[in-house]
Design a protein around this ligand. Structure first.
Ligand code: NDP
Ligand code: MG
Length: 384
């Protein structure tokens, strides 16, 4: 019997990579549902290619456009209605939606007792214990797709425990050597051009200023139930080593591969590593040099802020994540300068904690309330 899959975010960068791997699984997996936000053309194309007639379109306004093809299929509009795809016959839910809009969906999937394969780091960071406790209660397995976390997951599954700590790597992004005086003038076009990975716009901006690595530290701490001092990141410009687990005897195991999402995603469908990739050969003699650098907090203030937020814990990671989402959008739309993405984030969080206590284990209402506070107050910082 093939395993049944729902792919939330099928039209995105991760979604596309998932489909490429699915092509090579010889019908051992069957695509039962796909979703997008608004890219209907691409959704229909995927639906035809994979003979999958359960379609979800998040943008509800699009339900007013009469689309004959969508009308003939089982199409739902609005992300809330994506939950109608959840049923007993589904084995794997892949969450490749970007941003926080998939949070309620993630919590619903956590109740299924099946597998939640998750690329969406924003949900892991903001929901934190709410998501993990729910998965634990309903025996739902979490399978990390983010490359560094997938590397650590693969290493942990195959190696000794306990470990001392873990290290994840960052490529350093497009501005690793840029003159510090030029940071202010960085444009959206420059920020979305990543030297190593092809990704969606939001995560590309996050990667360029090391916000992505800050979020990933928190993601790793949550996924692997670690303490803040047990997770760290370093810059590794060649992006060949993705994750390292370190032991108390001062030996380490590292996970190496070319930087391509095909490799972490294939491990979901080929857990025994019998996936045959025609590309991404790892010829170390061609690489010659692997470099490693500390992350410079002056160049990348997002990293020290991220560590502070990880220590603070409670509602702080959600605030950090939520505010960043808003500020990156404003940057991409040309409303704020590049350097303000981190600067405003820090100041909004500071303002929040002037009038609020931290909440140790926030529930979903706490998260929503803090988001509403941010929506109402972010302008006071931006317009100052
Ligand atoms: P993309 O922007 O390429 O794709 C996002 C997908 O989510 C698209 O299918 C998009 O639909 C859909 N979507 C966007 N907004 C909404 C919404 N409000 N409601 C429902 N669906 C929505 O992103 P990526 O594929 O790059 O990233 C997806 C997630 O994976 C992110 O959380 C990212 O951090 C994480 N990730 C990505 C990596 C990568 O290599 N790309 C690596 C590691 C993690 P539409 O096409 O219609 O806009
Ligand atoms: Mg990553």
């Amino acid at each position: 019997m093939p395993k049944n899959i729902i792919l939330f975010g099928a039209t995105g960068s991760i979604g596309t990579s998932v489909l490429k791997i699915l092509d090579k699984t010889n019908d051992k997996y069957c695509l039962k549902g796909i979703t997008c936000n608004q890219n209907i053309e691409s959704l229909i194309d995927i639906s035809n290619r994979y003979k999958c007639d359960n379609l979800g379109v998040s943008n509800e306004d699009l339900s007013n456009d009469k689309n004959e093809i969508l009308e003939k299929k089982n199409t739902v509009y609005g992300i809330k209605n994506f939950e109608s795809f959840i049923n007993e016959d589904i084995d794997i839910y892949i969450l490749a939606i970007s941003g926080l809009s998939g949070a309620s969906l993630a919590l619903r999937i956590a109740e299924t007792g099946k597998t939640l394969a998750i690329a969406n780091k924003e949900c892991i960071i903001s929901l934190g214990k709410i998501l993990f406790n729910k998965c634990h209660k309903f025996e739902t397995s979490i399978f990390p797709l983010d490359s560094e976390h997938n590397a650590i997951y693969q290493l942990l599954n195959r190696n000794y425990k306990p470990i001392k700590n873990i290290t994840i790597t960052a490529s350093g992004g497009p501005f690793l050597d840029l003159d510090l005086n030029k940071f202010e003038y960085i444009t959206p076009e420059q920020a979305i051009k990543h030297p190593k990975w092809k990704m969606g716009n939001k995560i590309s901006v996050d990667s360029s200023n090391m916000m992505n690595k800050s979020l990933e530290l928190i993601e790793a701490k949550n996924l692997f139930h670690l303490q803040p001092n047990e997770v760290d990141a370093i810059i590794h410009p060649q992006s060949i080593i993705h994750g390292i687990i370190n032991y108390n005897d001062n030996s380490s195991y590292a996970f190496l591969s070319q930087p391509n999402m095909e490799i972490p995603i294939s491990s979901l469908f080929f857990p025994n590593k019998d996936y045959r990739s025609n590309n991404h050969d790892l010829d170390l003699t061609k690489l010659k040099i692997l470099e490693f650098l500390e992350i410079d907090n002056q160049r990348f203030p997002a990293f020290s802020l991220g560590k502070y937020i990880m220590q603070k814990d409670g509602i702080a990671p959600h605030l950090f994540n939520y505010i960043n989402d808003k500020l990156v959008k404003l940057f991409l739309e040309g409303f704020i300068k590049y350097t303000k993405i981190v600067n405003f984030n820090e100041r909004v969080i500071e303002l929040y904690f002037k009038s609020h206590q931290n909440i140790n284990e926030p529930n979903i209402e706490d998260l929503n309330e803090s988001s509403i506070w941010v929506d109402a107050n972010i302008k006071t910082i931006i317009n100052k």
